[in-house]
Design a protein around this ligand. Structure first.
Ligand SMILES: Nc1ncnc2c1ncn2[C@@H]1O[C@H](COP(=O)(O)OP(=O)(O)OP(=O)(O)O)[C@@H](O)[C@H]1O
Ligand SMILES: [Mg+2]
Length: 316
Protein backbone atom coordinates (compact mmCIF):
# COMPACT_ATOMS: atom_id res chain seq x y z
CA UNK A 1 0.00 0.00 0.00
CA UNK A 2 1.08 3.52 -0.72
CA UNK A 3 2.29 4.91 2.59
CA UNK A 4 1.69 8.47 1.52
CA UNK A 5 -2.01 7.75 1.05
CA UNK A 6 -2.35 6.36 4.54
CA UNK A 7 -0.92 9.43 6.20
CA UNK A 8 -2.91 11.86 4.11
CA UNK A 9 -6.33 10.27 4.56
CA UNK A 10 -7.55 11.03 1.03
CA UNK A 11 -11.11 10.06 1.96
CA UNK A 12 -11.19 12.96 4.45
CA UNK A 13 -9.92 15.35 1.81
CA UNK A 14 -13.06 14.64 -0.21
CA UNK A 15 -15.67 14.19 2.53
CA UNK A 16 -18.25 16.61 3.90
CA UNK A 17 -20.67 16.53 6.80
CA UNK A 18 -24.11 18.13 6.76
CA UNK A 19 -24.77 18.90 10.38
CA UNK A 20 -27.09 21.85 9.71
CA UNK A 21 -25.94 25.06 8.11
CA UNK A 22 -23.19 25.13 5.51
CA UNK A 23 -21.81 21.68 4.68
CA UNK A 24 -18.59 21.14 6.61
CA UNK A 25 -15.66 20.09 4.48
CA UNK A 26 -13.50 17.51 6.22
CA UNK A 27 -10.45 18.40 4.14
CA UNK A 28 -8.88 20.30 7.08
CA UNK A 29 -9.08 17.03 9.04
CA UNK A 30 -6.98 15.06 6.55
CA UNK A 31 -3.84 15.52 8.61
CA UNK A 32 -5.39 14.72 11.99
CA UNK A 33 -8.34 12.41 11.47
CA UNK A 34 -11.75 13.17 12.98
CA UNK A 35 -12.42 13.12 16.70
CA UNK A 36 -15.94 14.34 17.33
CA UNK A 37 -17.40 14.94 20.78
CA UNK A 38 -21.03 15.80 21.58
CA UNK A 39 -21.93 16.85 25.11
CA UNK A 40 -25.36 17.63 26.48
CA UNK A 41 -27.87 16.42 29.04
CA UNK A 42 -30.34 13.61 28.37
CA UNK A 43 -32.60 14.00 25.38
CA UNK A 44 -30.73 16.82 23.69
CA UNK A 45 -29.85 14.93 20.51
CA UNK A 46 -26.38 13.50 21.15
CA UNK A 47 -27.25 10.05 19.86
CA UNK A 48 -28.84 11.59 16.79
CA UNK A 49 -25.66 13.60 16.18
CA UNK A 50 -23.53 10.44 16.31
CA UNK A 51 -25.91 8.57 14.00
CA UNK A 52 -25.98 11.45 11.56
CA UNK A 53 -22.19 11.48 11.31
CA UNK A 54 -22.14 7.68 10.96
CA UNK A 55 -24.78 7.66 8.22
CA UNK A 56 -23.04 10.39 6.27
CA UNK A 57 -19.53 8.95 6.49
CA UNK A 58 -20.86 5.50 5.59
CA UNK A 59 -22.04 7.01 2.33
CA UNK A 60 -18.54 8.33 1.70
CA UNK A 61 -16.35 5.27 2.12
CA UNK A 62 -16.30 4.57 5.85
CA UNK A 63 -17.62 1.55 7.70
CA UNK A 64 -19.27 2.85 10.87
CA UNK A 65 -19.30 0.78 14.05
CA UNK A 66 -21.98 1.90 16.47
CA UNK A 67 -21.31 0.95 20.07
CA UNK A 68 -24.79 0.63 21.53
CA UNK A 69 -25.00 0.59 25.32
CA UNK A 70 -28.73 1.30 25.46
CA UNK A 71 -29.98 -1.35 23.03
CA UNK A 72 -31.65 1.37 21.00
CA UNK A 73 -29.79 0.97 17.71
CA UNK A 74 -30.52 -2.60 16.63
CA UNK A 75 -34.10 -1.70 15.72
CA UNK A 76 -32.72 1.09 13.52
CA UNK A 77 -29.67 -0.49 11.84
CA UNK A 78 -30.17 -4.23 12.14
CA UNK A 79 -29.06 -6.96 14.53
CA UNK A 80 -25.85 -6.48 16.43
CA UNK A 81 -22.77 -8.46 15.43
CA UNK A 82 -22.71 -11.83 17.18
CA UNK A 83 -19.24 -11.75 18.69
CA UNK A 84 -15.91 -9.94 18.43
CA UNK A 85 -14.86 -12.51 15.81
CA UNK A 86 -18.02 -11.77 13.84
CA UNK A 87 -17.19 -8.04 14.02
CA UNK A 88 -13.67 -8.73 12.73
CA UNK A 89 -15.06 -10.74 9.82
CA UNK A 90 -17.60 -8.13 8.82
CA UNK A 91 -15.17 -5.24 9.23
CA UNK A 92 -12.73 -7.00 6.93
CA UNK A 93 -15.42 -7.74 4.36
CA UNK A 94 -16.63 -4.09 4.38
CA UNK A 95 -19.88 -5.11 2.75
CA UNK A 96 -22.12 -3.59 5.41
CA UNK A 97 -21.60 0.11 5.92
CA UNK A 98 -23.04 0.27 9.44
CA UNK A 99 -22.43 -2.35 12.11
CA UNK A 100 -24.00 -2.37 15.56
CA UNK A 101 -22.11 -3.63 18.60
CA UNK A 102 -24.14 -4.38 21.69
CA UNK A 103 -21.99 -3.46 24.69
CA UNK A 104 -23.82 -2.56 27.86
CA UNK A 105 -20.69 -1.68 29.77
CA UNK A 106 -16.94 -1.25 29.48
CA UNK A 107 -16.09 -4.94 30.00
CA UNK A 108 -18.39 -5.94 27.15
CA UNK A 109 -16.85 -3.27 24.93
CA UNK A 110 -13.20 -4.30 25.43
CA UNK A 111 -13.03 -7.36 23.11
CA UNK A 112 -14.94 -5.45 20.41
CA UNK A 113 -12.67 -2.44 20.83
CA UNK A 114 -9.63 -4.66 20.38
CA UNK A 115 -11.19 -6.20 17.28
CA UNK A 116 -11.68 -2.71 15.79
CA UNK A 117 -8.06 -1.75 16.55
CA UNK A 118 -6.74 -4.98 15.02
CA UNK A 119 -8.70 -4.62 11.80
CA UNK A 120 -7.79 -0.94 11.52
CA UNK A 121 -4.15 -1.81 12.06
CA UNK A 122 -4.17 -4.49 9.41
CA UNK A 123 -6.33 -2.83 6.77
CA UNK A 124 -6.07 0.93 7.19
CA UNK A 125 -9.34 1.53 5.43
CA UNK A 126 -11.66 4.18 6.88
CA UNK A 127 -13.63 3.11 9.95
CA UNK A 128 -15.70 5.36 12.20
CA UNK A 129 -16.31 4.24 15.74
CA UNK A 130 -19.31 5.89 17.41
CA UNK A 131 -19.20 5.48 21.18
CA UNK A 132 -22.56 6.65 22.50
CA UNK A 133 -22.71 7.38 26.24
CA UNK A 134 -18.93 7.61 26.22
CA UNK A 135 -18.77 7.97 29.99
CA UNK A 136 -19.49 4.22 30.16
CA UNK A 137 -16.30 3.46 28.24
CA UNK A 138 -13.95 6.20 29.36
CA UNK A 139 -13.35 7.92 32.67
CA UNK A 140 -10.79 10.46 33.84
CA UNK A 141 -9.53 8.20 36.64
CA UNK A 142 -11.64 5.14 37.38
CA UNK A 143 -10.15 1.87 36.07
CA UNK A 144 -12.30 -0.79 37.73
CA UNK A 145 -14.78 -3.06 35.93
CA UNK A 146 -13.01 -2.90 32.61
CA UNK A 147 -13.28 0.85 32.31
CA UNK A 148 -9.50 1.33 32.41
CA UNK A 149 -8.96 -1.08 29.56
CA UNK A 150 -11.86 0.38 27.58
CA UNK A 151 -10.52 3.90 28.14
CA UNK A 152 -7.10 2.77 26.90
CA UNK A 153 -8.68 1.50 23.68
CA UNK A 154 -10.60 4.75 23.17
CA UNK A 155 -7.40 6.70 23.85
CA UNK A 156 -5.51 4.61 21.33
CA UNK A 157 -8.16 5.47 18.76
CA UNK A 158 -7.86 9.18 19.69
CA UNK A 159 -4.10 9.29 19.59
CA UNK A 160 -3.14 6.82 16.91
CA UNK A 161 -6.32 6.46 14.86
CA UNK A 162 -5.12 8.87 12.23
CA UNK A 163 -2.53 6.56 10.77
CA UNK A 164 -4.98 3.68 10.88
CA UNK A 165 -7.80 5.62 9.16
CA UNK A 166 -9.82 5.12 12.32
CA UNK A 167 -12.05 8.01 13.35
CA UNK A 168 -14.11 8.44 16.50
CA UNK A 169 -17.32 10.15 17.54
CA UNK A 170 -18.11 10.04 21.23
CA UNK A 171 -20.96 11.47 23.29
CA UNK A 172 -21.03 12.41 26.95
CA UNK A 173 -23.42 13.95 29.42
CA UNK A 174 -21.09 16.65 30.63
CA UNK A 175 -18.04 18.56 29.61
CA UNK A 176 -14.86 17.42 31.41
CA UNK A 177 -14.86 15.10 34.38
CA UNK A 178 -16.82 12.48 32.46
CA UNK A 179 -14.25 11.20 29.96
CA UNK A 180 -10.52 10.64 29.93
CA UNK A 181 -8.73 13.93 29.32
CA UNK A 182 -7.03 12.51 26.23
CA UNK A 183 -10.36 12.93 24.44
CA UNK A 184 -10.64 16.58 25.42
CA UNK A 185 -7.01 17.09 24.41
CA UNK A 186 -7.44 15.57 20.96
CA UNK A 187 -11.04 16.40 19.97
CA UNK A 188 -11.39 18.50 16.83
CA UNK A 189 -15.15 18.66 16.25
CA UNK A 190 -17.05 19.64 19.38
CA UNK A 191 -20.80 19.93 19.78
CA UNK A 192 -22.12 21.51 22.95
CA UNK A 193 -25.85 21.12 23.54
CA UNK A 194 -28.24 22.83 25.92
CA UNK A 195 -26.82 23.41 29.38
CA UNK A 196 -29.14 23.95 32.28
CA UNK A 197 -26.78 23.78 35.21
CA UNK A 198 -24.92 27.11 35.61
CA UNK A 199 -22.14 25.42 37.60
CA UNK A 200 -20.90 23.74 34.41
CA UNK A 201 -20.12 27.13 32.90
CA UNK A 202 -16.85 27.29 34.83
CA UNK A 203 -15.50 24.27 32.94
CA UNK A 204 -16.98 25.40 29.63
CA UNK A 205 -15.92 29.05 29.79
CA UNK A 206 -12.32 28.58 28.51
CA UNK A 207 -13.65 26.93 25.36
CA UNK A 208 -16.03 29.85 24.80
CA UNK A 209 -13.58 32.65 25.52
CA UNK A 210 -13.63 35.20 22.72
CA UNK A 211 -16.68 33.67 21.01
CA UNK A 212 -19.34 36.16 22.25
CA UNK A 213 -21.36 33.12 23.32
CA UNK A 214 -22.61 33.25 26.89
CA UNK A 215 -24.12 30.70 29.22
CA UNK A 216 -27.60 32.05 28.53
CA UNK A 217 -27.12 31.20 24.84
CA UNK A 218 -26.39 27.59 25.77
CA UNK A 219 -29.41 27.53 28.06
CA UNK A 220 -31.65 28.53 25.17
CA UNK A 221 -30.57 25.66 22.86
CA UNK A 222 -33.39 23.29 21.88
CA UNK A 223 -33.02 19.53 21.29
CA UNK A 224 -30.95 19.02 18.15
CA UNK A 225 -29.31 22.45 18.45
CA UNK A 226 -25.62 22.66 19.28
CA UNK A 227 -22.82 25.15 19.37
CA UNK A 228 -20.28 23.56 17.03
CA UNK A 229 -16.54 24.13 17.21
CA UNK A 230 -14.90 22.88 14.04
CA UNK A 231 -11.83 23.66 12.01
CA UNK A 232 -13.70 26.55 10.42
CA UNK A 233 -14.69 28.20 13.71
CA UNK A 234 -17.68 28.43 16.04
CA UNK A 235 -21.29 28.41 14.93
CA UNK A 236 -24.73 27.40 16.10
CA UNK A 237 -26.18 24.46 14.18
CA UNK A 238 -29.61 22.88 14.06
CA UNK A 239 -28.99 19.24 13.19
CA UNK A 240 -31.12 17.34 10.77
CA UNK A 241 -32.46 14.03 12.02
CA UNK A 242 -30.55 10.89 11.12
CA UNK A 243 -32.36 9.02 8.33
CA UNK A 244 -32.99 5.96 10.49
CA UNK A 245 -34.53 8.07 13.26
CA UNK A 246 -36.87 10.10 11.08
CA UNK A 247 -39.72 7.60 10.98
CA UNK A 248 -39.56 6.85 14.71
CA UNK A 249 -38.53 10.02 16.51
CA UNK A 250 -41.07 12.27 18.12
CA UNK A 251 -40.47 15.65 16.59
CA UNK A 252 -39.02 18.00 19.14
CA UNK A 253 -41.11 21.13 19.66
CA UNK A 254 -39.83 24.05 17.59
CA UNK A 255 -37.51 26.21 19.67
CA UNK A 256 -39.45 28.91 21.45
CA UNK A 257 -38.23 32.41 20.76
CA UNK A 258 -36.92 33.59 24.08
CA UNK A 259 -37.03 37.32 24.67
CA UNK A 260 -33.89 38.81 26.16
CA UNK A 261 -33.81 38.62 29.94
CA UNK A 262 -30.61 40.25 31.09
CA UNK A 263 -29.20 43.70 30.48
CA UNK A 264 -26.45 42.37 28.21
CA UNK A 265 -28.92 40.34 26.13
CA UNK A 266 -31.13 43.41 25.67
CA UNK A 267 -28.11 45.54 24.82
CA UNK A 268 -27.08 43.05 22.17
CA UNK A 269 -30.60 42.85 20.70
CA UNK A 270 -30.87 46.65 20.56
CA UNK A 271 -27.48 47.00 19.00
CA UNK A 272 -29.03 45.52 15.87
CA UNK A 273 -31.91 48.02 15.65
CA UNK A 274 -31.70 51.42 13.93
CA UNK A 275 -31.70 54.48 16.19
CA UNK A 276 -34.97 55.75 14.69
CA UNK A 277 -36.71 52.56 15.86
CA UNK A 278 -35.22 52.77 19.32
CA UNK A 279 -36.31 56.40 19.69
CA UNK A 280 -39.92 55.44 19.01
CA UNK A 281 -39.87 53.11 22.02
CA UNK A 282 -41.36 55.55 24.51
CA UNK A 283 -42.28 54.39 28.00
CA UNK A 284 -45.90 53.88 26.95
CA UNK A 285 -44.95 51.81 23.91
CA UNK A 286 -42.55 49.71 25.97
CA UNK A 287 -45.29 49.12 28.54
CA UNK A 288 -47.75 47.91 25.91
CA UNK A 289 -45.22 45.72 24.08
CA UNK A 290 -44.02 44.27 27.39
CA UNK A 291 -47.55 43.39 28.48
CA UNK A 292 -48.36 41.82 25.10
CA UNK A 293 -45.26 39.63 25.09
CA UNK A 294 -45.58 38.67 28.73
CA UNK A 295 -42.30 40.13 29.93
CA UNK A 296 -41.57 39.91 33.63
CA UNK A 297 -41.00 43.09 35.62
CA UNK A 298 -37.29 42.24 35.81
CA UNK A 299 -37.02 41.80 32.06
CA UNK A 300 -38.77 45.16 31.59
CA UNK A 301 -36.39 46.94 33.94
CA UNK A 302 -33.30 45.39 32.31
CA UNK A 303 -34.65 46.20 28.85
CA UNK A 304 -35.56 49.78 29.69
CA UNK A 305 -32.16 50.59 31.09
CA UNK A 306 -30.41 48.93 28.14
CA UNK A 307 -32.62 51.02 25.83
CA UNK A 308 -31.75 54.28 27.60
CA UNK A 309 -28.04 53.47 27.53
CA UNK A 310 -28.11 52.46 23.88
CA UNK A 311 -29.81 55.71 22.84
CA UNK A 312 -27.36 57.76 24.92
CA UNK A 313 -24.38 55.86 23.56
CA UNK A 314 -25.43 56.51 19.99
CA UNK A 315 -26.14 60.19 20.63
CA UNK A 316 -22.54 60.61 21.78
N1 LIG B 1 -31.89 17.32 15.22
C1 LIG B 1 -33.03 17.14 15.85
N2 LIG B 1 -34.13 17.78 15.43
C2 LIG B 1 -35.31 17.60 16.06
N3 LIG B 1 -35.46 16.81 17.13
C3 LIG B 1 -34.41 16.16 17.60
C4 LIG B 1 -33.12 16.29 16.99
N4 LIG B 1 -32.25 15.53 17.66
C5 LIG B 1 -32.95 14.96 18.63
N5 LIG B 1 -34.24 15.32 18.61
C6 LIG B 1 -35.30 14.88 19.52
O1 LIG B 1 -34.75 14.59 20.79
C7 LIG B 1 -34.97 13.21 21.11
C8 LIG B 1 -33.72 12.69 21.82
O2 LIG B 1 -32.65 12.64 20.92
P1 LIG B 1 -31.40 11.72 21.23
O3 LIG B 1 -31.84 10.37 21.62
O4 LIG B 1 -30.48 11.86 20.10
O5 LIG B 1 -30.85 12.49 22.51
P2 LIG B 1 -29.70 12.08 23.51
O6 LIG B 1 -29.02 13.34 23.87
O7 LIG B 1 -28.92 10.99 22.93
O8 LIG B 1 -30.50 11.60 24.75
P3 LIG B 1 -30.14 10.45 25.85
O9 LIG B 1 -29.09 11.04 26.72
O10 LIG B 1 -31.45 10.25 26.55
O11 LIG B 1 -29.67 9.24 25.10
C9 LIG B 1 -35.23 12.54 19.78
O12 LIG B 1 -36.04 11.40 19.90
C10 LIG B 1 -35.94 13.62 19.03
O13 LIG B 1 -37.28 13.63 19.36
MG1 LIG C 1 -28.61 9.03 23.54
Amino acid sequence: MNKHQVINRPELAEATLNLGGEPLSLAPYATTGLLGLAVGPRGMGKTNAGLLVAEQLSEQGWVSVLIDPESELESLYGDAVKSPADLTKRLRARREKILVVRALDASEFVPYGNAILEVADAMRKPILCVADEGQLFSHPRRRSEGIGEAADIINTICERGRKRALDLFITALRYTGTLHRSIFANKNLTLVGCQEDPTVWASLAPQFRGTQIEFSDLQALAPGEFVMFSRRGVEKVRMPMAAALQPVATKAAPPKRVLPATYSQWARAMGELPLATLERLTDDVVGVLGALSGLTAQQLVAGSSALRDEIEARAR
